[in-house]
Design a protein. Structure first.
Lengths: 1105, 369
């Protein structure tokens, strides 16, 4: 399908294509309620609760007042709906802002200011400098006489340099006034999301150009969300508008993310559901049998001889309702609440505020904090994420003299300043090359400051540094460059520009010094591209040393060189160069060859060292997180060398011989395959060695690997703890995330630019750095932080605490629900299996809503270990990664605990309150009190640190229980009138309660103590060390072992996992450290909400081998 | 402690006028100097101990000292309490006379149900019992029913509390089906299965041929008489048509004075239960012969339930029930054993807490088992 865009035709295309209204909204006012309800009910839990609530309306079977389910249910729905509505409203507002932005558009031949949303396909849109492009345009005019304009595409691909765009040849030279009247047709493909391709044709109608078809490429377009820079004005024809722009097409609605923990909770809920069904069936059958045999004889029950047709269903349904509390309705509300608080803690964290820009961290996605604690892979962008993306000229070596070595800043080196002021010729020449051997465009702002527009950050840094050293490049008009040096204005005329290519790795300028008419060749480039061409006889050893020294410091080096050209030499060469430039076949190669002929015999002046400074604390952060068992992959759009250099300097990879870097490259499919196989083989062999093996791959090879050798590459991905992928596109980044995710790893993607957005959205957790490259990444991310080093705190502190807290909270929620449910089940055995509820409606509702939910909510303040201990011993994160605190085994522990407590409470209640005391309301309150006391002590025992809030919640709640019940006991209308007063006066009540507490808690205390002291987990050991003081210091001292050893240790720790990764779980009372969350064959995963397709060939177990 | 509390205040009332408590210098530095802005989304997070998760916390761990002390204390406290409970339970004098089988004559033993349902058979029976130990007044008379499901769902629900209390809601018989209305659709007061099946055996006592007064006042809960059963609600249409369940009620006595009914309608939680029948206000001496005349009216034969007559004294802990005492002794004993085991473990196999050698990460935690 093609679309035909008629330029400047106000009528034809209005109805065909959409207008430029952007809409990211999910709902409208009208469809909100049905759509939202539909979405909410697509969740199994909600369907379940609705079914229960509906069943409760049938008074024949309901054990309690229906309000006890309807109330919470409506509340839950209202809360989620409000949240959705709020989010959608914000999306609406931001859309509105974009839609109502005013732009200049030609209407009926006149330029008018209209709202962006009213742009139609075919309209001519005028942009001024620094305007945001409102829709995809084909350029037709620009203020530049050569038809160029500069755009910044950061929002789209994250690249901050300026890109040039050119108007199509057909439009070249059309007068500004005539542009209003231009007519024509553009034939272009239907909208797609490829931002690198635009294959279209344009034909202008007479009188402009007679029917010539002019081909268009992406070079002739400016796309939505780019900014026009450095160009006074430009105008273009809208070809794609609204949500049909290239950006709009690639936007897509990100899938809601589900944490591993949520998946596990869903799974456990499923297991409980199955258990519940089984219980209901058994009790239902038993009830019906009892009814038919026994109840018919119990004359006082007056069972009718013949019941309705559904008679057999009544008892099972009653039990279904009785047991419905097994799945706590409060768990979702509680989890939402605490997750919100985790997110707030991240927002509030003072230690994660970037002081430079005073941006606090922000958790946009409030639902996935637990996943932070379970991260296994971190995929990180390089520029702007690991580095500050701020190139700074740091050191240089001029004619063998090192500047900036003492203080690390050549600009402050007195010797250099002295050399500059004394006018040492080498230094001046060096500065001249720094200032003008580039493609930088200086512009003067209104205040007179000189701003540089550079395509490369390195060039920018050099020009800036030269300016600081009094060599100010202040004007470029046409081919004339003007430089001010110590108030002396120097002019140069550019004769030729020998452009930078990645093969040549250098660029040169041929220029004429206007002062003395000499023709000069100035070159700068990578050491390997400059030093071999040094003039014969020049000693380059100094420079080689300098380059090595700088590279070792992680600095980016460039060698500067020059040579004077003879007039005739230049003239001769210039002819060849022109000829090469106009060849049609292999032009690049020819040009390079010609350039080579002049770039030799160079006088090497020196080496510059530019620092793309690593952000503070990056190596430490990477090291700490490595120790925590997290693997790092670096995905960058940058060059391989730079990537490796940065990787070395931030501990990402170790230099030889500790580390080994394997490279996968190749230009053809076959080469790539062979290379991949070789690397894979090496990787397999070296897994047993204590060596950091990493592989490096570039985008080209990656393309083959991903498309043709996915299986092999996946295996490599599993084997490799470290990888560097360079020159990768945003979509490849996303694909890599996808591969790791498909192997069932928890991935975290961190980046700062628009090119990281897709990876961030794809990963389980996306972290954006609110940095220089704008906020696209931060906006798309689940978390935005100011600096990379905050990642450590985000994962180790917030992630870990969140995981631990949710693990406790969710299992506890099940524990307390099961506890009361078991008592109901036991009671049914002594009430003729008829489905009588021991507890009244008030108690049942209040049990879930007040008595048990408040104390557990303060568990969000619990800290098992202090933050410092965790940071010191990041290995402890292993417990979270492996899901040791929430898995079927620990859950079985809690299940057993609730069963045990239910037995204790039930037996003591019915035996202590037997015979003459056997009054239903009293027994019910005794049992309930027992539950409340036990749960208070359970929370207290599982709490590791008691703040005043915990004390208030746990013991206050216990007091609150009595207060509430006294109030109800004072109401004559309530069923439990006077009950609580009577009970509290009875010694036997208190004796029973203390008995239940002691009988329920002492075994748990004994087991917990035994495990804590004699079978301590690492967490326990650290707790002991931390609380008792002293040894923690000595721990710190044994920690700095040689790194590879630690790496090995961590991996050994995981290698042995296959032994324990079997579906047989130890039934333990709680927190079993020996189980993992990946249960290969749990019988209960039948409604796991997220089915993960993992490659069956690769068991996870080999991940660390 | 004052400092902590005020800290805690601050974290909850962010945005309220900030009353700076007397803090140490260090804390002053941490507190924001300006009054907290009520703005919700200030750029920089406000420092508070709560938001930084730095509230002062007590972090206990299970040190041997604490745990052993806890077990010892539990043991030391529970054993005496258990002994006391047991002794007081033992000091209760209790006589239990099963009469449902005794009162069945040979003639009717085959067809007990027919016997009990037949209004014409003589259901009076006499039994006697010799007091073994002295019983101090008041002596409580209970009747005990076994295998009787007052807690059956149909039964529990089958009553209407409004009707029982309020004369105006006489017609309100919701939940009472099938004992809600008579055949001619007149509301039954009190309605429902529970009232309908009211226990109707009666007992007369005589000691050494002197008749013994049974006090049937105040056998029910005062609160029930005042707030659950109306003093202006009179039985109506009760036990008139169809099948007669249990006892009939005097239509001239308001429900609030029908104490047998009130006692009966306090549902029992267990299928075996005792309900207070009356009190004997005189002491029974050793070797007193108590003769009991039982009107054996209530039908338990149909479902094989047992009927017992219980005479019992009472102490601070209630009637005779050794369960609590035994349980206390058991728990206390186990605690002491635990304490001793842990002490022995501690002595024989001491394990320094927080020993860094348990921390080396190359040990597989799974193998530590």
């Amino acid at each position: 399908m093609k679309r035909y865009v008629y330029i400047n035709d106000d009528e034809s295309s209005h109805d065909l294509y959409c207008d430029n209204r952007i809409s990211n909204r999910k709902y409208t006012v009208l469809n909100f309620i049905p759509k939202n309800l539909w979405e909410q009910f697509s969740r199994f839990m909600n369907q379940y609760f609705l079914l229960i609530a509906c069943l409760q309306l049938w008074s024949l079977i309901t054990p309690v007042n229906p309000a006890s389910t309807w109330g919470p249910l409506i509340f839950i729905f209202a809360v989620s709906a409000t949240k959705e509505a709020w989010d959608d409203y914000h999306r609406y507002l931001s859309d509105k802002k974009a839609n109502e932005k005013e732009v200049w558009v030609v209407k009926n031949g006149i330029k008018k200011l209209i709202q962006a949303q009213d742009i139609h396909v075919g309209n001519i849109v005028w942009l001024r400098e620094n305007d945001e492009v409102p829709c995809d345009l084909v350029l037709i005019g620009s203020s530049d006489p050569q038809g160029l304009c500069y755009i910044e595409t950061a929002a789209m691909d994250g690249e901050t340099d300026l890109k040039t765009r050119v108007i199509p040849s057909a439009c070249m030279g059309i007068d500004v006034e005539l542009l209003h009247k231009i007519k024509g047709v553009i034939e272009c493909p239907t909208p797609d999301k490829d931002i690198r391709r635009f294959d279209a044709n344009m034909r202008l109608f007479p009188p402009f150009i007679d029917n010539d078809i002019c081909p268009l490429t992406i070079k002739n377009t400016v796309l939505q969300s780019c900014y026009l820079r450095n160009t006074e004005w430009a105008c273009g024809v809208a070809v794609y508008t609204g949500n049909e722009t290239k950006l709009g097409m690639s936007r897509g609605i990100p899938e809601p993310k589900l944490t591993a923990m949520d998946a596990m909770i869903d799974k456990l809920t499923g297991a409980i559901f199955v258990f519940q069904i089984v219980v209901v069936m058994v009790l239902g059958i038993a009830g019906n049998v009892w009814k038919d045999t026994e109840a018919k004889k119990q004359w006082y029950v007056l069972y009718p001889d013949k019941g309705p047709w559904y008679e057999l269903l009544i008892i099972p349904l009653r039990f279904e309702l009785l047991c419905s509390i097994m799945i706590p309705i409060s768990i979702k509300v509680s989890l939402d609440l605490v997750k919100g608080l985790y997110a707030k803690f991240i927002d509030w964290d003072d230690q994660m505020v970037d002081l430079e820009t005073s941006t606090p961290s922000n958790a946009t996605n409030t639902a996935i904090s637990e996943d932070l604690g379970q991260v296994e892979y971190i995929l990180t962008d390089k520029t702007g994420t690991l580095t500050e993306n701020k190139m700074i000229f740091r050191r240089c070596c001029i004619s063998g003299i090192f500047y900036g070595n003492e203080n690390g800043d050549a600009l402050k080196d007195v010797e250099l300043l002295h050399a500059v002021s004394s006018g040492s010729p080498d230094v001046v020449q060096f500065l001249t090359i720094m200032a003008i051997c580039n493609t930088v465009i200086p512009t003067q702002s209104k205040t007179g400051d000189i701003l540089y527009k550079a395509q490369s950050q390195d060039e920018d840094a050099l020009v800036q540094a030269a300016a600081r050293l009094h060599m100010v490049f202040f004007n470029k008009s046409g081919n004339i460059l003007e430089v001010k040096f110590n108030n002396l204005i120097l002019q140069y005329e550019v004769l030729e520009t020998l452009e930078f290519t990645s093969d040549r790795k250098r660029m040169s300028l041929v220029l004429k010094d206007c002062q003395n008419g000499k023709i000069l060749l100035l070159s700068k480039g990578a050491d390997e591209a400059i030093l071999p061409y040094a003039r014969t006889g020049q000693q380059t050893r100094n420079f080689v040393e300098a380059v090595e020294q700088y590279a070792h410091l992680g600095l980016r080096t460039l060698c500067l060189a020059w040579r004077e050209l003879r007039e005739d030499e230049y003239r001769e060469w210039s002819l060849m160069f022109k000829e090469a430039n106009s060849t049609l076949v292999d032009r690049e190669w020819r040009v390079a060859e010609v350039c080579q002929r002049i770039e030799h015999n160079l006088e090497v002046l020196g080496v510059t060292a530019i620092e793309d400074r690593l952000q503070d604390g990056v190596p430490e952060t990477i090291e700490t997180l490595r120790k925590a068992g997290i693997n790092f992959w670096m995905l960058t759009g940058d060059k391989q060398n730079t990537a490796i250099q940065i990787a070395l300097s931030c501990n990402f990879i170790s230099p030889e011989p500790k580390g080994q870097l394997l490279s996968i490259d190749g230009k053809t499919e076959d080469e790539v395959r062979r290379s991949l196989e070789r690397v894979l083989l090496t990787m397999r062999i070296t897994t047993s060695e204590p060596k950091d093996v990493a592989f490096v791959i570039d985008g080209w090879a990656l393309d083959f690997a991903l498309n043709h050798y996915r299986k092999a590459f996946t295996e490599l991905a599993i084997l490799s703890r470290t990888a560097i992928c360079c020159r990768v596109t945003p979509s490849q980044k996303a694909q890599l995330v996808q591969i790791l995710k498909s192997c069932d790893y928890r991935t975290l993607a961190i980046g700062d630019g628009g090119n990281d957005v897709r990876m961030i959205q794809q990963a389980d957790i996306g972290v954006g750095i609110s940095g220089r490259e704008g906020l696209q990444a931060a906006r798309a991310a689940d978390y935005s932080i100011g600096k990379f080093r905050f990642l450590k705190r985000l994962i180790l502190v917030h992630g870990r605490y969140s995981y631990n807290r949710t693990a406790f909270l969710s299992q506890y929620s099940f524990y307390k629900s099961l506890l009361i449910c078991f008592i109901q089940i036991f009671f049914s055995f002594i009430s003729g299996v008829s489905g009588t509820s021991l507890f009244n409606s008030v108690s049942l509702m209040a049990y879930n809503v007040f008595y048990t939910s408040v104390p557990v909510l303060v568990s969000v303040l619990d800290k098992d270990l202090s933050e410092e201990t965790v940071i010191q011993h990041p290995q402890i994160l292993f417990y979270c990664q492996a899901g040791r605190l929430l898995n079927p085994s620990t859950f079985a522990g809690w299940f057993g605990r609730s069963l045990f407590h239910a037995i204790v409470v039930f037996l003591i209640s019915i035996h202590a309150y037997a015979y003459d005391k056997s009054e239903m309301e009293e027994v019910s309150m005794v049992a309930l009190s027992g539950c409340i006391w036990l749960q208070a002590f359970v929370v207290a025992m599982e709490t590791n640190s008691f703040t005043i809030l915990q004390h208030l919640a746990i013991w206050g709640n216990l007091a609150g229980f009595y207060a509430i019940n006294w109030i109800f006991s004072a109401l004559p209308a309530s069923g439990m009138y006077t009950i609580m007063f009577r009970l509290c006066r009875q010694p036997s009540y208190w004796i029973s309660i203390f008995l239940m507490t002691a009988a329920g808690m002492t075994p748990i205390l004994a087991i917990k103590y035994f495990r804590f002291t004699y079978r301590p987990s690492k967490i326990n050991t650290l707790q002991q060390a931390e609380r008792l003081g002293g040894p923690i210091v000595s721990l710190g001292t044994i920690e700095p072992q040689p790194r590879p050893l630690i790496e090995k240790d961590v991996s050994t720790l995981s290698i042995t996992q296959p032994k324990i990764r079997n579906p047989v779980y130890e039934p333990l009372l709680s927190d079993s450290p020996n189980a993992t969350r990946r249960s290969a064959g749990t019988p209960f995963d039948f409604f796991q909400s997220q089915s993960r397709s993992s490659l069956p060939n690769y068991s996870r177990n080999c991940k660390d081998n | 402690m004052i400092v902590r509390l005020s800290e805690f205040d601050n974290c909850f009332y962010v945005g309220r006028e900030h009353k700076s408590p007397p803090l140490t210098n260090k804390m002053m530095e941490m507190e924001p100097q300006s009054a907290p802005t009520p703005k919700k989304h200030s750029k920089k997070p406000k420092y508070s101990k709560f938001s930084q998760q730095e509230l002062p916390a007590w972090k206990p761990i299970l040190t041997p000292g604490w745990v052993i002390a806890t077990f010892t204390v539990v043991g030391i406290v529970f054993i005496p309490v258990g002994l006391a409970s047991l002794f007081s339970s033992e000091s209760v004098e209790e006589a239990s006379i099963r009469y449902d089988d005794q009162c069945l004559t040979e003639m009717h033993s085959e067809n007990a149900v027919e016997f009990i349902q037949n209004g014409l058979t003589n259901k009076t029976c006499t039994t006697s019992w010799i007091v073994e130990r002295r019983m101090q007044a008041p002596i409580f008379i209970y009747y005990q029913l076994d295998n009787y499901y007052q807690n059956h769902r149909r039964y529990v629900k089958s009553r209407n509390d409004k009707q029982l209390m309020n004369p105006a809601s006489e017609g309100d018989t919701t939940n009472c089906y099938p004992q809600d209305k008579t055949n001619d659709s007149m509301p039954i007061v009190p309605c429902g299965l529970m009232a309908w099946s009211l226990f109707n055996d009666t007992y007369r006592f005589s000691v050494n041929t002197n008749s013994l007064a049974v006090n049937k006042k105040d056998i029910s809960w005062g609160s029930d008489r005042s707030s659950k059963f109306g003093s202006k609600v009179y039985p109506k249409n009760f036990q008139v048509g169809g099948v007669v369940g249990g006892a009939k009620l005097d239509e001239n006595i308001p429900l609030s004075q029908q104490e047998d009914l009130i006692v009966w309608m306090r549902t029992a939680a267990l299928p075996s239960f005792r309900k207070l029948y009356g009190k004997i206000e005189t002491n029974l001496e050793v070797n007193d012969e108590v003769e009991i005349v039982i009107e054996n009216n209530y039908n338990t034969y149909e479902f094989g339930g047992k009927k017992r007559l219980i005479l019992s004294t009472s102490t601070w802990i209630g009637g005779k029930n050794p369960f609590l005492g035994m349980a206390y002794l058991f728990v206390g004993g186990v605690s002491l054993v635990c304490a001793i085991v842990f002490i022995l473990l501690y002595v024989i196999k001491p394990r320094p807490l927080g020993d860094p050698s348990y921390l080396s990460w190359n040990k597989n935690p799974g193998l530590l088992k």
